[in-house]
Every structure is written in C-alpha cells, then in structure tokens.
Design a protein around this ligand. Structure first.
Ligand SMILES: Nc1ncnc2c1ncn2[C@@H]1O[C@H](COP(=O)(O)OP(=O)(O)OP(=O)(O)O)[C@@H](O)[C@H]1O
Length: 484
C-alpha cells in the first residue's frame, strides 16, 4: 500500500522502479512457488502467508497507484499544495481517505482468499501436520465421506462462512468510515415532498410560474431538518424576466432547482407550491417532470464547461437534447442546431458543431448551451448566474443574446444572479433573497430606486459607484513612479 501511495504520488522515476519490482513479483507462479518452497518453509503457515502476501501485493499496489493517480491532480490537492502542506500531510489527509475504502474491501477479499489457499494447500498435504487447519480437517473428512459425511460438511461450511463474513466485515468497515462523510448528492431522481401545507392563494392569476410558500430543508447530522429556503414566493408572467438576487448561500439556486425538479436526493420540500401553467410541480415524479424539463422549462448553468461532456463533440450533445425534446430526425436536428448556433452568435457553426468542449472558449461554450436550451422554444428559461464565469465583455454579449432570444421567443426568464447591474440591465421584475427568504420583490426600477427592505438597501449600498472609486494612486505605485 505504501508503495502504491509513493508510486502514484511521486514522479515517474519512483513509479517506474515500483512498477518494475511489482511486475517482477507478478511473473512468479504463485501456488507452484508455495508448493516448491514447502521443504524450506516446512509447511509453517506463517511463512506460507508471508510468501502469499508478497505474491498478492502487486494487486494492492495497482489499486492504490491508480486511485492516487486519479486524486493527485484534483484541484483540492493542488490547493493543499499551494497552501504549503507537505507531501506527507497531503498523502495522509487528502489521498489516504480516498484510498482506504477500496483497500479495506480488497484486503477483506484477500484475507478470505489466503485462508482458502492455505486450506487448499493443507488439503493437498502441503502444510504442517502439527497445527490443526481447515485443510487437514476437510481432507480427513473427505477420506471418511461415506462413513461420516458431517466431518467433511461442517469444516467446509465454516470455511465458506468465515470467508463470506470477512467480506461483509470489510464492507461494514468501509461503510462506517465513509458514513462519517456526507455522500455526494445525486440529482434528478424526483424530489421528496413531505409535509404539504396549504399555500396562500395565487398572487398573479396570469402567472406562467407561481411559487408560493416554498420551503426546502436538508437533514442535519442528527437527522433534524435545516431549512435553506423558507416560505419563498415569486411569480413570472409569459415573456417576463425576473431577476432573483441575493448573497451567496441565500437559497437562489435551491429555488431554481426545485422548479426544475432536480434537487439533490437528500433535500426535502417541506411545504409550499410551485405551479407552472396551472399545474402543480411539487410531488411530480422524475418521469412526470421529464416532459417539462428541457422542453417547456430550460436551464442555462453557471459554468458552461462543466455542463458539457468532454468526450463528445458539442454538436452530438446538442442533437441528442434537441431530438429528445422535439422527436425529430437526426438530419433535421442537425440543421436546427446549426441554425441555432449561428443565431446564438457562433461565427463558424459547422466548426463549432464538430469541436470538443475543450476547443471552445468559455463564452462560446455558454452560447452553445444557450442554443441547446432554447432549441425547444421553452416557455421558461432558468439561467443560474449564466455570466459569472465569463469576462466582462463576453458577459455583456451573453446578456444581449439572452435579452434578444427572450423577446424573439416570448420566453419567461428566471435569472439567478448576485449582480444588480445585470438585473437593472435585462430584468422586468426582481426578487431579493436573504437567508432563504424572499425579503422584497417588485418592479425593477421601483425596487432599485425605492428599496423598502433593509437588506436590499444594504446590497445596493455595497455596489461601487463613481463616488466610492478611489482617485489617489496606490502608495506603492507612487513610490515606484517616483523612482523611475
Ligand atoms: N446538498 C446540500 N446539502 C445541504 N445543504 C445544502 C445542499 N445544497 C445546498 N445547501 C445549502 O443551501 C443553502 C442555499 O444554497 P444555494 O446554492 O441555493 O445558494 P445560492 O444563493 O444559490 O448561492 P450561490 O450564489 O453561491 O450559488 C446554502 O446554505 C447551502 O449550504
């Protein structure tokens, strides 16, 4: 295991040496070697196990090495390195925790295999006669099989039971260790709705989407529910753009995910209502949500690159989505996708169509995703901070594109953002979120000019204006300038 950690983590030369040594071990014929060495070991099970351990070590080495190679380039390992953590600390804290689960399972299998091999050797007579063993017992039971079959049956059953118990023990140990960490969330499996409360009556009868009293919670470490969205209420009409603004962690994305029906498995909607085109979405299964998601309600994510599969050209990915949304032929979907790419400002649609995601810039990737999202002419587009990962000029272009498409398709847009500038630029209405609650909502100009809630005022005050931009040169710059 240590060799696997070292071989996987350190440079190619260390790995090459470790690899050479373990490849050499792998060339030995295991069982044959154990039998040949019998005169040397005298059948002593300790020597037999030692040799068996050495022979099996390459498989453990390979498991550990592969896991380490996978984890060592993760961003959090780089961050630990940059923050000055030594190799031993990184290996102990970040790498070992990834490796230990699979190793516990592999070790449990190996223990079972070792006992079975040792018994097999003893059954063949290759073992110490002085120490009782399963192999000896099974062999003597075998000789008396017709006289006393239970002599053969019980040791064999017990051997099987011990081997199976070791595997179960390994699984339990692995689960206990992993259980202390929260499991990564899976999305899209249909969301859990529990305690349904009677929501307040609809605020806008003409709304395309109306969220009322929405409460979303997550179980804490002791199982108690922690509310991350509390009694949220908002509504959007056809063709309207609503900006949901608020600081990080205020519950904007959770609200958007609840509308899309892709909250993580552990999330529980404990109350409220989400009505889209007169239909209640809370409580719908994943299968019932599928015809809506991507077709009537589309989504544009924050980080375009992480939403494109690096193994396929983007065109193939878009065609897949368009065909499942519209049920058209491959050829029609291709023509449609190319036209959409052009419409979304991609200069050379044919080339982009055949490009892999890594060959695109962030702005191009976001245009590609917007093209995919609007392909089915959705009634509602949810854009979760669609410009945050892009530079300022590209941000403006993407916002222009969203505004144009919104007008062209008469689409409602729910725009999640931190940025009041973006809201002022393209939104008709605004909802301000703080700590899971919508504290203020209304017409954009009205809220921006006349904020009623303290939190909205505070957010607006924290925006840099001309008066707060410093006019004096930084001290360092002045000194440097004086030196020249
Ligand atoms: N899987 C989860 N388990 C537990 N809590 C979660 C989970 N996902 C989100 N939360 C919590 O829900 C709260 C709201 O998160 P959300 O992602 O909606 O914030 P946000 O306003 O969109 O923030 P940001 O602008 O940074 O994306 C946060 O406190 C977050 O810790």
């Amino acid at each position: 295991m240590t060799a696997g950690l070292v071989g996987g983590y350190f440079g190619t030369r260390t790995r090459a040496i470790a690899e050479w040594a373990f490849n050499l071990v792998m060339t030995f014929p295991g069982l044959l070697l154990l039998i040949i060495l019998m005169p040397v070991t005298g059948g002593d099970y300790r020597f037999t196990m030692l040799i068996f351990g050495v022979l099996l070590s390459p498989s453990i080495y390979r498991i550990v090495r592969n896991l380490v190679l996978g984890v060592k380039n993760e961003l959090y390992v780089d961050a630990a390195r940059v923050s000055g953590l030594g190799n031993t600390r990184i290996l102990g804290r970040h790498v070992l925790s990834v490796v230990r689960g699979p190793i516990i399972i592999a070790a449990a299998f190996m223990m079972g295999a070792s006992i079975a091999t040792q018994s097999g050797l003893a059954f063949l007579g290759v073992g110490s006669k002085g120490i009782p063993s399963f192999g000896d017992m099974i062999a003597s039971g075998f000789r008396n099989l017709y006289i006393a079959p239970t002599q053969f049956l019980w040791p064999s059953l017990l051997l099987g039971l011990i081997t199976a118990s070791l595997v179960l023990l390994g699984n339990a140990l692995r689960d206990t260790l992993q259980g202390s960490r929260p499991k990564p969330a899976k999305v899209g499996e249909g969301q859990r709705a529990e305690v349904r409360t009677d929501p307040t009556p609809a605020a806008d009868p003409e709304a395309l989407l109306e969220i009322r009293d929405l409460t979303i919670a997550y179980p804490g470490p002791m199982g108690q529910l922690r509310e991350v969205v509390r009694g949220a209420a908002l509504h959007i009409r056809r063709g309207q753009t609503l900006g949901v603004v608020g600081e990080s962690g205020s519950g904007k994305t959770q609200t958007a995910f609840a509308v899309l029906g892709v909250l993580p498995d552990e999330a529980v909607i404990t109350g409220g209502s989400i009505v889209f085109e007169g239909r209640e979405l809370i409580g719908l299964s994943d299968g019932q949500m599928r015809p809506l998601r991507g077709k009537q309600i589309a989504y544009v994510p924050q980080e375009p690159m992480s939403n494109l599969d690096p193994s396929y050209p983007v065109g193939a990915q878009l065609i897949e989505g368009v065909r499942s949304a519209l049920g058209i032929s491959k050829r029609e979907a291709r023509t449609r996708v190319l036209a959409l790419l052009e419409r979304c400002g991609i200069a050379d649609p044919e080339r982009t169509f055949d490009s892999y995601p890594h060959q695109l810039s962030g702005g191009m990737a976001q245009r590609v995703l917007i093209a995919g999202a609007v392909a089915s002419r959705p009634k509602l587009l949810i854009a979760d901070e669609p410009t945050t990962a892009l530079d300022v000029t590209v941000q403006a272009e993407i916002l222009d594109l969203l505004r144009d498409l919104q007008a062209e398709l008469n689409m409602a847009v729910l725009l999640v953002t931190h940025n009041f500038g973006v809201v002022a630029d393209i939104c008709d209405r605004i909802a301000v979120m703080a700590q899971g609650e919508i504290v203020e909502s209304g017409d954009v100009l009205e809220v921006l000019h006349n904020p009623r809630h303290e939190y909205t005022r505070m957010l607006l005050d924290s925006i840099l204006d001309d008066a707060s931009v410093r006019t004096d040169a930084p001290a360092g710059a002045t000194t440097e300038g004086a030196k020249r």
